[in-house]
Design a protein around this ligand. Structure first.
Ligand code: MLT
Length: 294
């Protein structure tokens, strides 16, 4: 396999050269559109170093007979660790403590935190990342409940998680963490109505995808102090700019850093290189998300 590394291409630069390639490896920035695919006359496979495939027009790839694959495992631990970091930072006001101290202030009373010991963590989505978050939360002595319509109750119980309905997640959790892809069903899943069903003072963490939580509704619910706080790693539009949420003290945020560790980026790069090579050389199809249209 001959490999060309070309980063930072504009969409039209990529369109100009894509015709000669059999494989295309991307991270999150490159958009694989119908237009790009119409120029990709030799393309057989697109590999995403990472999980989310929001940047690939999968139906267009399927009709062009191009396989689309992701690497669902290589950054799962890193993302689970980021979720726990958000949970801790939110509970102990670490971002505000850093900011006020750097501003010359010595705040204690305003920044009193809360223990996570014995608190209930509700997981929405218990796939690769959700299950790793559960393991870690149990290690921190949290009680973990979970909702995942794609998993059997016994499989959820086997992970030590109590299976519950979505409504029970809302009413019973002290913390809710989201680990689902963004789909028609999950877009705006957390809106004013569902957010207000959460326990007064509960906290919400989203390290999955922007748009699963409605940002305007979250703003209103946080502003009214119904929720204790929220931690967002992902946004409806990225970068989000100065959206209304940014003015709130009870929101903490990171710039889609969930999968951003040296280890995870190395893992997904190796995974995608191996998968693309195997596919092109032997036809072995690992982590393909679309079916060939023949
Ligand atoms: C992923 O989908 O792998 C993560 O959200 C990280 C990313 O988009 O790069």
């Amino acid at each position: 396999i001959e490999v060309d590394v070309k980063t930072d291409l504009t969409p039209s630069e990529l369109e100009d050269i894509i015709g000669v390639y059999h494989g295309l490896s991307i991270r999150s920035k490159t958009k694989v559109t119908k237009d790009l695919l119409s120029k990709a006359k030799n393309l057989k496979v697109i590999g995403r170093a990472g999980i989310g495939l929001d940047n690939v027009d999968i139906p267009a790839a399927t009709s062009a007979d191009v396989a689309v694959m992701n690497t669902p495992l290589g950054n799962a631990i890193t993302t689970a660790e980021h979720t726990i970091a958000m949970l801790m930072a939110l509970s102990r006001n670490i971002p505000r403590a850093t900011a006020t101290l750097k501003d010359g202030k010595w705040e204690k009373k305003n920044l009193r935190g809360r223990e996570i010991y014995n608190k209930t963590l509700g997981l929405v989505g218990i796939g690769n990342i959700g299950s790793l978050v559960a393991e870690r939360a149990m290690g921190l002595k949290m009680k973990v409940i979970g909702f995942d319509p794609y998993q059997a109750a016994e499989a959820i119980e086997d992970m030590g998680i109590r299976p519950v309905t979505f409504e029970q997640i809302l009413s019973d959790s002290d913390y809710i963490s989201i680990h689902t892809p963004k789909t028609k069903e999950t877009t705006n899943l957390f809106n004013k109505e569902t957010l207000l069903k959460m326990k007064q003072d509960a906290m919400l963490i989203n390290c999955a995808r922007g748009g699963i939580v409605n940002e305007e509704d979250l703003h209103d619910v946080l502003k009214s102090n119904h929720l204790g706080g929220a931690a967002l790693d992902v946004f409806e539009t990225e970068p989000p700019g100065k959206i209304c949420l940014m003015d709130l003290d009870n929101l903490i945020c990171t710039s889609h850093l969930g999968a951003s560790t040296f280890e995870a980026q190395d893992n997904v790069a190796r995974d995608v290189a191996t998968q693309i090579t195997d596919y092109l050389l032997t036809g072995e199809a690992e982590n393909i998300v679309n079916q060939k249209s023949d």
